[in-house]
Design a protein around this ligand. Structure first.
Ligand SMILES: C[S@@+](CC[C@H](N)C(=O)[O-])C[C@H]1O[C@@H](n2cnc3c(N)ncnc32)[C@H](O)[C@@H]1O
Length: 198
């Protein structure tokens, strides 16, 4: 989805161990990965020492020490549902992006991630029961250790994009991925392109 990034300035929000940042840097973009976790940034810096990517510790729920209109692309892969407040983060993305910049992100699908499975004799494979979708809430999750998951309906994301001056270029709910993930891992994801409109 990211396309040609040659010579572009790319910021990877919540880059974790920097895998994605490194891949983008290999496509010869000027790439910076930022994360709030000192351990993640230390790991990313050591593991990817040979790559052109740079890494820094930053809290993405606070104003970022990054120049306005300096980035062509901002990425946030599986990050926004992990932070308690998206408004500052999204308005900061709009600020650091150039006028024709793109924000590319993925999140767990809010309709399904927090919903429980139900099974019936007539439908042994089961289905997800969607309840309380419209209410924002925070739940602990434990995949690779305890973290918090912040559930928001899609409208909360779209309202924050709209408020920041961005508009949606594309929203994807990849059928193959959804089908496979819903069967096995109990969650799904959405991907979207967001483009600045001033
Ligand atoms: C699910 S991981 C995704 C990592 C990476 N984007 C990837 O695709 O592998 C979420 C990341 O967001 C980071 N994160 C959570 N809250 C943050 C915050 N307030 N500021 C910066 N990073 C944060 C975590 O440390 C973690 O590395």
């Amino acid at each position: 989805m990211i396309g040609d990034v040659y010579n572009k300035y790319v910021l990877d929000l919540g880059c974790g161990c920097g895998e994605f940042t490194k891949k983008v840097a290999l496509k010869r973009a000027f790439t910076v990965g930022i994360d709030g976790s000192e351990k993640m940034i230390s790991y990313a810096s050591k593991e990817n020492a040979g790559s052109a990517a740079m890494y820094a510790i930053m809290d993405i729920t606070k104003p970022l020490p990054i120049k306005s209109r300096s980035m062509d692309i901002v990425i946030a892969n599986m990050v926004l549902m992990d932070i308690p407040d998206i408004e500052i983060c999204i308005s900061e993305v709009a600020r650091v992006l150039r006028i024709d910049g793109i924000f590319l992100l993925s999140i767990t699908h809010p309709a399904f991630f927090c919903s429980d499975w139900a099974h019936e004799d007539t439908n042994p494979r089961g289905y997800k029961v969607v309840r309380d979708y419209l209410h924002e809430k925070c739940e602990p999750v434990s995949f690779w250790g305890e973290t918090l998951h912040y559930h928001r309906p899609l409208s909360s994301y779209f309202n924050a994009f709209e408020k920041s001056g961005m508009c949606v270029l594309s929203l994807k709910e990849p059928f193959q991925i959804l089908r496979r993930i819903l069967r096995t891992h109990h969650f799904s994801l959405i991907l979207g392109f967001h483009h600045l409109l001033y």
